[in-house]
Design a binder for this molecule. Sequence first.
Ligand code: NAP
Length: 258
Amino acid sequence: MPLTAYDLSGRTALVTGAASGIGRASAALLAEAGAVVHCADSDAAGLEETRALITAAGGSACTHPLDVTDRTRLRAAVDDVISTAGRLDIVAAIAGIMHSGMVLETEDEDMDRVLAVNFKGVLYACQESARAMIRTGAPGSIITMSSGAVDAARPGLLCYSVAKAAVVQLTRTLATELGPYAIRVNAIAPGWIRTPMTERHDAALQHRTEEAMARISPLRRVGEPGDVAHTVLHLASDASAFTTGQVIRPNGGVAMPW
Ligand code: NAP
């Protein structure tokens, strides 16, 4: 397969969580590869910054301020993509929140909120996008955001890791159901990535998780948003045309499941 397999010219992408961190880096890289990128996030100001970044680099982007727990707003964003571009080729469901709390201190509201954003928000994006892809007959790539939290049990990460494990099972199930429509579905399970989310986490716990994670990585470092964005690009592009139902791990080698 030639290197042009990574060329996304003529493709349309929807990226949730595009106002910050991994989502912003992914939206920018997909645009650099030639896709028109529809950026969705609850942070309207951050979305504008991402759009400005993309257009300054010569790319093309639109913004959709929305909460991914609101299925109606997600459906409207997908409808807008289809009415302006006529097709939706790539979806990267990246929006998510971190939550820390020991099991015995976990309230119903904690679990409900994390599942609503990190699982249902991904489910809604997958459902609404896949319906549009099937309607328009375009082959597609759906990318979901899991986490390295599914590869190990750690104190305080119950809500987060349960939601991210649910994302893996959603991804694998959807891959079996959407394959016949030429729609591929894959999950990414990153290790510790330096983003506003992880910076907030360490500040709240007054802990340098970053240093601990770097120590246990064979590469002796944590990740940058670009490390994950390149995995998103690979899964979005024809370079991964035979890959579906997989969990890809840009994690610096901190976990090495078979
Ligand atoms: P980030 O910098 O905080 O970016 C996440 C973005 O999602 C933010 O702009 C956030 O907006 C938005 N968002 C949160 N809840 C939303 C909602 N209900 N509707 C719409 N947008 C919402 O975090 P990140 O580190 O890039 O993480 C991105 C994804 O990667 C998450 O799913 C995370 O779980 C996953 N992940 C991250 C790491 C890591 O080490 N960073 C590792 C594994 C997996 P607000 O800022 O307004 O909340």
